[in-house]
Write a new protein. Structure first.
Length: 80
């Protein structure tokens, strides 16, 4: 049986700093990339995006981490 991969984590201070910066942001945007996919952070990011109602832009390697059909997805704004 294979063990589950370890998930990266950050400190409480980093999370508090992030929250403070988000509160100050006039037009926040999450860019979701391969780091989020590797971290298997799908549930957490979906909750975060939907709770804060912040738009997000998935990179090619981050597509699918947060549902592409979400009303907060601005993938259509990207050039191909």
């Amino acid at each position: 049986m294979c063990q589950e991969s370890p998930r990266p984590y950050t400190s409480k201070i980093n999370i508090e700093n992030l929250c403070n910066e988000l509160k100050k942001a006039k037009k926040p945007l999450f860019i979701i990339g391969k780091g989020a996919a590797y971290a298997q952070a799908e549930q957490e990011l979906n909750k975060l995006v939907n709770h804060l109602k912040v738009p997000f832009l998935p990179t090619p390697m981050g597509k699918g981490v947060v549902n592409d059909d979400s009303e907060y997805c601005i993938a259509a704004a990207r050039s191909t």
